[in-house]
Design a protein around this ligand. Structure first.
Ligand code: CMC
Length: 380
């Protein structure tokens, strides 16, 4: 409703359509998500991250020849320049998202297309960033632990190579599939806060690296990508399933939020969450640590009354337990979300460039007017 000045505020831009898109459809009422028309359920169960990146950035699902060529290029681009590794060493004690943000920014200095904002060059840069970002995250984790970074292995898939570079040993097929599904589920999600941030940067005709750096910054917050880590912290505080109900009651009675629940768009269950729910349970059983899934199940039960308010489990609720059980450090969970989302940020930048208009909203002024300027020497 317009206020007395006739201005209608759209705080948080909630419910505002910014533009049209051909890439991501979300029906929040029923919990439906499509990437370029393909249902996330089919993509998560039947495709690979490499296929999904092709779909998002080259606009079609590839045939096998196209996929082989595309995958070969991604594998070829995994190495990061020595000066970027050196920068990572210099800032190794910072949060992994700060290190990722800094290293992506530094990669701009080595990208042959850095000054070219054409659609073709932007896609090339986005693919290079997609290929190189896992190397940054893995190298940082090893350097801060006093270990040598592991060279990318061109014989492994995108997901498998990431785990290989992180731990220095080849992952199992199951571990690779878990990481692959996780990357697929995080690849794109419409005008979410970090993609919107990337679009704002692109709308000034700035470049992809700047937009992705800004996207990483927006993703870092606990209301967006930081939730998976907070869910795991909460699970560790709860410690054992029988404490979960009381913990949730205390938290909610004191106005707190159960992280991993709620979404600006989904008023039904986030369609991505189910793919991680079953996998979290299976992995916990296989690792002899079923307690994490049990804690999460109790929390879900405690949150049942909130379903009437449209608050359901989101993609981050089960993700944290999977990363934890894969031995990924808690502070690296958000970086994994970022690794999956780089194609999505690139896509949003490409769409923004393709029919660009500067994003520049207004603010309703409510401060004082026309005050008299008193010279500094006369102020009491
Ligand atoms: N636990 C308890 N209550 C909640 C929660 C929650 N997780 N989320 C929202 N609410 C309540 C909130 O207290 C408010 O109640 P009331 O109307 O009585 O004041 C109502 O729901 C609306 O909340 P809101 O913050 O105005 O809604 P929003 O659309 O701005 O927030 C959200 C969306 C994701 C920021 C929020 O649900 C939240 O903080 N969730 C926890 C953090 C989280 O899991 N984030 C990951 C999102 S999914 C991954 C991604 O795409 O980034």
């Amino acid at each position: 409703m317009p206020d007395a000045s006739g201005i209608e505020l759209k705080r948080g831009l909630s419910g505002v359509y910014l533009d049209r898109t051909e890439s991501c459809f979300i029906d929040g009422e029923v919990g439906k998500l499509l990437y370029r028309g393909y249902n996330i359920h089919d993509l998560a169960e039947k495709s690979s991250f490499e296929e999904v990146v092709h779909l998002l950035l080259k606009e079609t699902l590839p045939n096998s020849d196209e996929l082989n060529t595309f995958d070969r290029e991604l594998r070829h681009d995994r190495t990061i320049p020595a000066p970027v590794l050196e920068i990572i060493s210099q800032v190794k004690d910072a949060h992994p998202m700060d290190v990722l943000r800094t290293a992506i920014s530094a990669l701009a200095a080595f990208d042959p297309d850095v000054r070219d904002n054409s659609i073709e060059a932007t896609i090339r840069k986005g693919l290079r960033l997609t290929a190189k970002a896992p190397t940054i995250v893995a190298a940082h984790d090893r350097i801060r632990k006093g270990l040598e970074p592991v060279e990318p292995n061109p014989n492994l898939t995108h997901a498998g190579n990431f785990l290989y570079m992180l731990f220095g040993k080849e992952p199992t097929e199951e571990e690779t599939k878990l990481m692959d599904v996780d990357f697929i589920l995080h690849a794109e999600h419409g005008a979410n806060a970090s993609a919107f941030t990337a679009r704002v940067v692109a709308s000034t005709n700035s470049d992809l690296h700047s937009a992705v750096v800004a996207g990483v910054g927006a993703l870092k917050g606990p209301a967006h990508g930081g939730a998976a880590e907070e869910v795991m912290t909460m699970s560790e505080e709860i410690g054992s399933p029988e404490n979960a109900d009381e913990y949730a009651r205390n938290l909610l009675d004191n106005g707190g939020r159960v992280m991993g629940f709620g979404h600006r768009v989904y008023k039904a269950e986030d369609p991505r969450a189910g793919h991680l729910r079953d996998r979290s349970q299976k992995l916990g059983d296989a690792k002899g640590q079923p307690q994490w899934f049990e804690i999460l199940s109790h929390l879900q039960e405690a949150m049942k009354p909130y379903q009437a308010k449209g608050i359901h489990v989101n993609v981050d609720f089960f993700a944290g337990s999977i990363y934890y059980l894969l031995d990924i450090p808690d502070d690296t969970f958000i970086s994994i979300f970022a690794l999956g989302r780089i194609p999505g940020w690139t896509l949003n930048v490409v769409e923004q460039y393709s029919r660009n208009m500067l994003i520049r909203p207004l603010m309703e002024y409510t401060g004082p007017m026309d005050l008299e300027y008193v010279p500094l020497s006369e102020r009491g």
